[in-house]
Design a protein around this ligand. Structure first.
Ligand code: 6PG
Length: 270
């Protein structure tokens, strides 16, 4: 834990045995955060991640045979997306579609609280600017502080749609941007680091052996991968890994010590 004046940053590394246990640990955290925030402020704001890893979590949260669905105050949640592909909402690659089919369509929420990216807009930059407006409007904050932001990790070290070498890494003003992603020959719409690092709780959900090398490089290396630049200035950072994703780490304890040390070395905010 880093304490500087009023700002605190917590960093936690948690390794679960299986993808199912990983999803369950994330579901427990989602439930705890939702209940806590709704008790304190009457609402909960979350940035959902895309890709394939969070699908198990979303299904678990909506599963009526599991304890979460009944306990979550769905009507009090405002749903946002950490990033979106530049495709219409019914497209197979749509992050909105994935979350909707796995969770949102199966729970009692108020549809006015689903704030998806209008990614059908052929002008990706206009869609990004409109999404920033939505975030500002709904949160009524000049720098929105989402209660929970879910993120994944790509084998190249990207997170949300912030890819290595992308100009968006230098972004200091915009909250949402539409970087061109050469390797996918498309634009993406993504929350930027200023917005991600203002989250109250940022949770990486990472599963699978194919992620083991990049996890090691980020948690034990020095290269400035995009995911490494996610360090909430005043909140908690949680890395939830399954055993396979953690399989290249020398010692999780050493990693936790290393990351805590780095957080302490991070330039002070004031
Ligand atoms: C996206 C994501 C992206 C994702 C990683 C990991 O839109 O693709 O938001 O950042 O989290 O690429 O993807 P997987 O979970 O599919 O491995």
């Amino acid at each position: 834990m880093r304490a500087l004046g009023a700002f605190r940053t917590y960093m936690i590394l948690n390794i679960l045995e299986t993808p199912q246990e990983l999803a369950r640990a994330a579901a427990e955290r989602f439930l705890a955060k939702t209940v806590q925030c709704v008790e304190q402020r009457g609402v909960f704001t979350v940035g959902l991640s895309g890709g394939s890893t969070p699908k198990l979590l979303y299904r678990l949260l909506a599963d009526s045979n599991e304890p979460f669905r009944e306990q979550i105050p769905w009507s009090r949640i405002h749903f946002f997306w950490s990033d979106e592909r530049h495709v219409p909402p019914d497209h197979p690659e749509s992050n909105f579609r994935m979350a909707n089919e796995a969770m949102l369509a199966h729970v009692p929420l108020s549809h006015t609280n689903i704030h998806r990216v209008m990614s059908e807009n052929p002008d990706a930059d206009a869609a990004a600017r409109a999404y920033e407006e939505t975030l500002l409007e709904v949160t009524q904050q000049t720098l929105p502080r989402l209660d929970l932001i879910l993120l994944g990790l790509g084998p190249d070290g990207h997170t949300a749609s912030i890819f290595p070498g992308s100009d968006v890494l230098q972004e200091t003003k915009r909250l949402v941007a539409a970087p061109w992603v050469e390797k996918f020959n498309t634009h993406r719409i993504t929350m930027t680091l200023p917005l991600l690092n203002n989250g109250a709780s940022v949770v990486f959900l990472i599963s699978g052996k194919e992620k083991a090398e990049i996890v090691k490089e980020i948690l034990q290396g020095r290269k400035p991968y995009p995911a490494r630049k996610v360090n909430p200035t005043n909140g908690e950072l949680l890395w939830l890994l399954d055993r396979d994703a953690a399989s290249a780490l020398s010692s999780p304890e050493e990693v936790t010590r290393q990351m805590a040390k780095e957080l302490l070395q991070k330039p002070s905010l004031n």
